[in-house]
Write a protein that binds this ligand. Structure first.
Ligand code: F6P
Length: 341
């Protein structure tokens, strides 16, 4: 057998774990593994290399992807070219770790191309799986930042606002903010009333020296739209969000007797080495993916549901994003702790 492996979309800690786990399992069964470089863009440009044990050994511990990836290129209009390349490479199938954009690109190609999918998004919002790898690592980055920033917030009696990733889904802000016991968590799914937020801040600042708030980049005050920082031409999602933490810092400062500062965590959330939880998850998903390949069960996805790694139809990764339900028990936990959300 000759099988390709491709990582697509924005990187997430754990992609290398998927590569090592899938490739090791396949190589042990005599399968030839072709590493496709730079996602779909590299696939069409003929960028690939055969992977041996020495190429993948130990890569699981690093963030990023040893194959490279791209989130600024869509397959629309290149479908026939893609099928032609797939035939030229003489592949029996291709293991794809990607996000909603990656699988949307592959929607119409399943009859001609054998695909095995692995859901990947730092935002934890891809449909079909309850947890995506990299999310635990991103939450750790946020929680550690909140904990660390408390010292300087307390020292200066300041309010510090931490901006996290999360375009339409607030999972990172919510999970990381809870884990760091932030004083407020603002997520895209629950637009907030600025006046209520100020009341909360005034109450809290009377109780402790400094405050740390967490805001997802796509969060909005009631009646406002998300703040667009810039556009990436050619990307399936051209808008990049950013700026809400800085804007809030200025607005909050104007309402209270304390200074406010902001910190944008940005790509640090995708750059940390994967946690043990993410390593175990990708190890299990990789082994399961390789077993599906060895049994020629294509058109499937490896997902995490009900505390287990399991198999589901690939189409289930192509549904709408999985957003935070405002009634989610994590939201209720936050309110029980008097965290504004
Ligand atoms: O969709 C994943 C994500 O990390 C978002 O949270 C973030 O808005 C975006 O990608 C950043 O994209 P880029 O890496 O192109 O700046």
């Amino acid at each position: 057998m000759r099988v390709g492996i491709l990582t697509g979309g924005g990187d997430a800690p754990g992609l290398n774990g998927i590569i090592e786990s899938v490739a090791k399992t396949l190589l042990s069964q005599g399968v030839t593994v072709l590493g496709i470089e730079d996602g779909f863009e590299g696939f069409l440009l003929g960028r690939h290399r055969e992977l041996g044990l020495q190429d993948i050994q130990g890569c699981h511990q690093f963030a990023g992807t040893i194959l490279g990836t791209s989130n600024k290129f869509g397959l629309r209009g290149h479908e026939q070219e893609f099928i032609k390349k797939y035939q030229d490479y003489k592949l029996d199938g291709i293991v794809v770790a990607g996000g909603d954009g990656t699988f949307a690109n592959l929607k119409g190609l399943q009859d001609q191309v054998q695909i095995l999918g692995l859901p990947k998004t730092i935002d934890n919002d891809i449909s079909g799986t309850e947890i995506s790898f990299g999310y635990d690592t991103a939450c750790s980055v946020v929680a550690n930042a909140v904990d660390a920033l408390r010292s300087t917030a307390d020292a200066h009696r300041r309010v510090i606002i931490v901006e996290t990733m999360g375009r339409t889904a607030g999972w990172i802000a919510l999970g990381g903010g809870l884990a760091g016991y932030a004083d407020a968590i603002l997520i895209p799914e629950i637009s907030f009333d600025k006046k209520d937020l100020i009341v909360h801040i005034k109450k809290k600042i009377a109780q402790r020296r400094g405050l740390v708030l967490v805001v997802a980049e796509g969060a909005t005050p009631q009646g406002e739209l998300p703040m667009v920082a810039h556009h990436v031409v050619g990307s399936p999602q051209t808008e990049r969000y950013g700026g809400i933490a800085e804007k809030l810092a200025r607005e909050i400062e104007a309402e209270i007797d304390h200074e406010a500062r902001h910190v944008v965590l940005g790509h640090l959330q995708r750059a940390e080495h994967p946690t043990a939880t993410d390593r175990l998850l990708t190890l299990g998903m990789g082994v399961a993916a390789a077993h599906e390949v060895l049994n020629q069960r294509w058109g499937q996805a490896i997902v995490y549901r009900g505390g287990r790694v399991c198999v589901s139809p690939l189409q289930e990764l192509m549904g709408p994003p999985r957003l935070v339900d405002p009634e989610h028990h994590w939201v209720k936990w936050a309110r029980s702790l008097d965290i504004f959300i």
